[in-house]
Ligand binder design. Structure first.
Ligand SMILES: [Mg+2]
Length: 167
């Protein structure tokens, strides 16, 4: 169980992700979490830098799919800006949303990297599905109350992972 919470890679920000390296590892598809990964929680718009970063991915040879536990309206609004397909109400860490994203991108799990801020949803779910998981630090401090609680648990898990040499 503990191992499933360990991200394959951990970075500070999206721009720290080395896509040339991902390509070398056979990654062809990117699953992006929405809230606090590409956009601050409850913010209606993507910042231009992040939008440009996302729109640059297909040119580098990557398919993109947004996978979020948030509702369809919000996810669709952001996905349209990105020009990417999306899975809303994904119920991460359930594998269903990740599987659906793999089928939308027509890729096997091993060729997909999941980028997200939460160990208990993005990283756990992506690892369970056999995808490469990349944890980024969350964008905003103001969060949904449920997220605040899991964030406390996450702190404990991160300490535990560090203490046991997993991170
Ligand atoms: Mg998130």
């Amino acid at each position: 169980m503990l191992k499933l919470l360990v991200p394959g890679l951990a970075v500070n920000t999206l721009s720290d992700i080395d896509f040339a390296e991902l390509k070398q590892r056979g990654i062809r598809g990117i699953i992006l979490d929405l809230d606090n990964t590409i956009i601050p929680w409850n913010s209606p718009e993507l910042c231009p830098e992040v939008l440009a970063w996302i729109k640059d991915l297909p040119g580098q040879g990557f398919k993109v799919c947004l996978v979020s536990n948030n509702g369809k309206r919000r996810v669709k609004h952001i996905a349209l800006q990105c020009g990417a397909p999306f899975i809303a109400r994904a119920l991460k860490p359930s594998r269903t949303g990740f599987r659906r994203a793999a089928s939308v991108m027509e890729l096997h799990s091993e060729a997909i990297a999941v980028i997200g801020d939460q160990l208990f949803t993005d990283i756990l779910g992506g690892n369970r599905q056999g995808m490469l998981t990349i944890r980024v630090k969350p964008l905003a401090a103001k969060e949904f109350i449920g997220t605040k609680i899991t964030r406390q648990l996450e702190k404990v898990a991160l300490r535990l992972l560090k203490a046991t040499g997993h991170l």
